[in-house]
Structures are given as C-alpha cells and as structure tokens.
Design a protein around this ligand. Structure first.
Ligand code: COI
Length: 359
C-alpha cells in the first residue's frame, strides 16, 4: 500500500453536530486500478476528484457495484469495523455477476482498516453516529463498444453518518414496478439496482409515501425488499423476513438482526412472505411491527403500508414495547462496543495500522 497523507486536513472545519449524511467526505480515500489483467498498487491518498472521460464504460453500461458499511467509535475513542468480511465477499459476488475482476482482501479489508485508521478523527462518537464507508468498483476503460471493460477502479471513501431515516416511514407495496427479476442482478449491490428504483420511488412519493416495498416481478404477491433495505414484519411474536434469493440482497444488517433475535430468544421465520398474509395480519390485529433494515439506516419503522387503494396504519410502539427496537438496540450497542458481542462481529482498527505502510 502506498500512503500519501494530506497536509491539509479538513477535520477542524467539520461540524460534528450538524451535517448531512453523504455530503462530507473524510480527508482520505483508497484507490486501486486494474489494467492488463491485474490490480496495481493500493493507494491511500487525499480525498478528491479523479480524471475520467465521458466515454468511461461504467457510465454507459453500468458495470459498477458498491458496498455500504460503517466504522464506530466507543467511549474510549477506539474504532471498530463490523463484519467487514461479509461485505468483502458480497463485493466479489457482485463483481463476478457484473463480469468485473474480484478485489483482494488486502485491497478491501486492508484498505478499509488503513483508511479508518488514518481518518479515525472523522469517526463521530454517540448514539446513531458512525463513519459510513463506501467501497465501489467500476469500469473505467475509455471505449464505447458494449462489452466487458478491460480497466477498472476500486475505491473506498468515507462519510460521517447519523440515523438515516430517523422518522417512521410510509411505504407503498408495488403492484407494477420491480426491483429485480429471476436471473437478474437483484442479489448484487449493482449500481443500476438503485438507479432503477428512483423513478418508482418518485411516483410513490407523489402519493405521499417515502419508499416502495418491492414485490416479486411475476405476480407482485410476495414481499422482497423495501426501498434500499431488507424488509421484516412481526406477526404476533414472530419476526418474518423473505429468504434471500437471486432477487434479494443478502443484507448484513438483515442477517445480524436475525442472529440477534435468535440469541435473545425471539422467534424468527425466513420464508416467502405474501402481501396477502401481511394484509390479513393487519386486519386481524396480528401485525405488530413492520420495518426495513440496512446498513445506512439500521432500522426504519413503518407507520403506514399502502396496498392497492388502502393505507394500512401501523402503531409505532414505544421502545420498551417494540421487539424490533430492542433488537436494534442490542445490535447498535454491540457495534459501538457498548454491549456484549457474543458473535465476535466487532473488528478493532488498531491505532497505527496504516503506519506499517509508511516508508
Ligand atoms: C446501505 O444501507 O448501505 C445502502 O445500500 C443504502 C445506501 C444506498 C445509502
């Protein structure tokens, strides 16, 4: 790894009390370029613009995928990653599906650790605060033939984060648009999955909703995801979530919430979840909670589900009555080293990790 530290840190001008997620970037970024069939040096350098031409293939044909993860700071100022190997493996699943070269562990995990170590001052401390990390892989060859690019870039950037959707949201069950299809790229964190979701979301927003609940593309009978999150419901005492498939992203938060639930003795079911089942559970008073889970948001409670012409109102329970909120609390305490970690998920970023690369 080649390290070029900034001489002009912006940290002193960063207002840790007042910022918007995703608009401010930390001092450094990781960049690694692929050409002639191999990855070049891993570079940790000052964050900033890079030169590209509008003929860059990734922009035209969508060979691009990203990851989302976070670093957390505890009360003693120690900094932790959370299950980074899951994101590493998922990045490479996305890479394979989009015919891009896989990244190495040194690039992904080593790059994350070096970036977070050098920019540890940018990891905010406090409830709901973290440094969001965004690894991205995209085609950079300057060419317009519709084929696999021969050049790629892998980069990691970091942006301070706070609770993403702090308020309960209204979601609309899609009866027309789809996020993914059998044989498609739904399980990958492909950039196009997000780009394709914006228009249906805009239409839902015009009807007063925040997000779309994505349903299967054949019949729109089964829940798949919600907005950019995995979806879960609590019917009576059981948390139910659709099983992952080639259409559904294998979310790290989804998996973690399920494991925390099992650890705490909450019943879980991972299976097909029919819209009709959720509708009937609501009518019978058995739908206790419904929510989305994802890295950026952690958990977003639903206050309303729009289905056909109806708007089903949901009570948003106070924290001590909400099973979902209790699971979230266990998870976020674990992530921020404020609670036990029975799973060994926290990965400490040692102070001085990046120094080993300094000449
Ligand atoms: C994440 O939770 O990391 C996401 O994918 C949301 C992101 C698109 C902001």
């Amino acid at each position: 790894m080649i390290i070029n530290k900034t001489t002009d840190s912006r940290l002193a001008t960063f207002d840790q009390e007042n910022f918007t997620f995703g608009n401010t970037f930390s001092d450094h970024m990781v960049v690694c370029e692929y050409q002639d069939g191999k990855w070049g040096d891993i570079k940790l350098m000052p964050y900033g613009p890079l030169p590209f031409t509008p003929a860059m293939m990734g922009v035209h044909y969508g060979q691009a995928a990203f990851e989302g993860m976070k670093a957390y700071k505890d009360a003693d100022g120690e900094v932790f990653l959370f299950r980074p190997e899951r994101n590493f493996h998922r990045m490479n699943k996305s890479a394979v599906r989009l015919a891009m070269p896989e990244v190495t562990e040194e690039m992904f995990i080593g790059g994350l650790k070096a970036l977070v170590d050098i920019d540890r001052g940018w990891v905010p401390h406090g409830e709901g605060f973290s440094l969001y990390l965004r690894p991205v892989l995209f085609a950079t060859e300057e060419a317009l033939q519709a084929r696999i690019s021969t050049k790629f870039m892998f980069a990691i950037m970091a942006t301070p984060a706070r609770a993403y959707y702090p308020k309960p949201i209204a979601v609309k069950v899609s009866d027309h648009f789809s996020r993914s299809a059998n044989g498609g790229v739904g399980y990958a964190k492909a950039a196009g999955n997000y780009g394709g979701s914006f228009y249906p979301t805009l239409l839902a927003q015009e009807e007063g909703y925040d997000q779309v609940i994505w349903t299967d593309d054949c019949e729109h009978k089964y829940f798949e995801e919600s907005g950019t999150m995995n979806v879960m419901v609590r019917i009576n005492d059981t948390i139910i979530t659709p099983k992952t498939s080639e259409k559904i992203l294998d979310g790290v938060t989804r998996d973690s919430i399920l494991k925390v639930a099992e650890h705490l003795g909450v019943k879980t079911e991972v299976r097909d979840l029919a819209v009709e089942e959720v509708y009937n559970a609501h009518k019978n008073g058995e739908l206790k909670e419904a929510f989305g889970v994802g890295t950026a948001v952690v958990m977003s409670m639903f206050k309303e589900i729009g289905y056909k012409e109806e708007r089903l109102a949901l009570d948003v329970l106070p924290e001590d009555e909400s099973v979902a909120q209790q699971l979230k609390k266990f998870l976020t305490d674990l992530q921020a080293n404020q609670g036990e970690d029975p799973f060994g998920w926290r990965v400490k970023v040692e102070k001085g990790y990046a120094d080993q690369f300094l000449k």
